[in-house]
Design a protein around this ligand. Structure first.
Ligand code: DAH
Length: 338
């Protein structure tokens, strides 16, 4: 019987060395050590062996079984590692290959400019307000000290709607709407679309403005100057010269137009600044007494400043764009440059 056991041992070991696949390993295990396997077969003969021999043979059978199990596991490890190595090789990734480029969206230069302008003012404590694009004559003109016979109306090229309403020609009506519902101090910045019947390389029938308003007690012109100087240098560069020229708006008194040194030539004179060295950026002034009266604020108690600017013009200057229509054509070749 011992020779049968020894033969089984060496046969099994022989077959084990020739195994190349994990699946064959299980078959081998069943063949030799399974319930109906070769070892069980041999051990069925134990009954015929003498009582003295039986424990010794049993022990040999056990040793063989343990040895085979250990080697089977070793072989399993070995084959598993080989299999993984092959798989890794097959699935290897060449990390030096260029990746697929993701198409990343960009901010539209108009939105970017609005965001930048609004950011500068929110850092100064202004909060954002908005108003409707369809306005009444009252908010767009009357309450802003522009009565129906006022010559300033001609400058606005208004789109009238047949219901007595119009498309707002500026963001200034939001001054009135806000002061009607908020007590001073009112400190707001108002981005939005405005509409005028006008179109060429620098005018679009729809464009964007940002309006500002600060109303409180003892608001002064020097506060307006300081605020706008800070704003223009934050937007165009810290060293930029800023100039205030006297001007006229019905809703402010006194009124001013504010210029920065030309972004193109720095002030020497070029085509962009029409050889003046200056670029007009803002209209502004102290809130007219009539405007305060229109919202039932006592102009002897409250004062304020207001300002307004066109976003397209600022964006064109910032990015060196010469035709306003490029902003609205949604040409990807244009948009992707920002
Ligand atoms: N509303 C004026 C416009 O469209 C711009 C403006 C000028 C707004 C002076 C103001 C201001 O608030 O004070 O053209």
């Amino acid at each position: 019987m011992q020779s049968l056991l020894d033969a089984l041992h060496s046969d099994a070991l022989n077959e084990l060395t020739s195994i190349r696949q994990l699946s064959d390993l299980d078959s081998l295990k069943t063949l030799y050590l399974g319930k109906k396997g070769k070892l069980t077969d041999i051990l069925q003969g134990l009954g015929k062996v003498s009582a003295e021999e039986r424990p010794r043979l049993g022990q040999i059978a056990n040793t063989i079984k343990t040895d085979l199990l250990t080697r089977l596991e070793q072989k399993r490890d070995e084959l598993q590692k080989q299999e993984w190595a092959v798989q890794l090789q097959k699935e290897a990734i060449d990390t030096s290959l260029p990746a697929h480029r993701l198409a990343i969206g960009k901010h539209h230069p108009i939105n970017k400019t609005i965001d930048d302008v609004v950011d500068i003012f929110t850092r100064l404590g202004f909060s954002v307000e908005t108003g409707p694009d369809i306005e009444s004559d009252y908010y767009n003109f009357e309450a802003l000290n522009i009565p129906s016979d006022h010559p300033a109306r001609d400058m606005h090229d208004t789109f009238y709607l047949n219901t007595g309403y119009l498309l707002r020609t500026h963001t200034s009506p939001v001054q009135i709407r806000t002061m009607e519902v908020q007590q001073p101090p009112v400190k707001i910045i108002v981005p939005g679309k405005v509409y005028r019947c006008d179109a060429d390389v620098s005018h679009s029938p729809v464009f964007h403005q940002v309006e500002g308003l600060y109303v409180s007690k003892n608001v002064t012109f020097s506060q307006l100057k300081g605020t706008l100087e800070h704003f223009l240098r934050a937007l165009f560069g810290p060293e930029k010269s800023v100039r205030f020229r006297p001007s006229y708006f019905p809703f402010t008194e006194p009124s001013t137009e504010v210029d920065v040194a030309c972004v193109n030539c720095g002030g020497n004179g070029c085509n962009v600044c029409k050889h003046t060295g200056w670029l007009e950026i803002l209209g502004a002034g102290l809130v007219n007494r009539n405007v305060l009266k229109a919202v039932n604020l006592d102009p002897d108690v409250y004062t304020g400043f207001a300002f307004g600017m066109g976003i397209e013009r600022i964006a064109m200057l910032r990015y060196g764009i010469s035709d306003i229509r490029l902003f609205y054509e949604n040409d990807y070749r244009f948009l992707k440059q920002f």
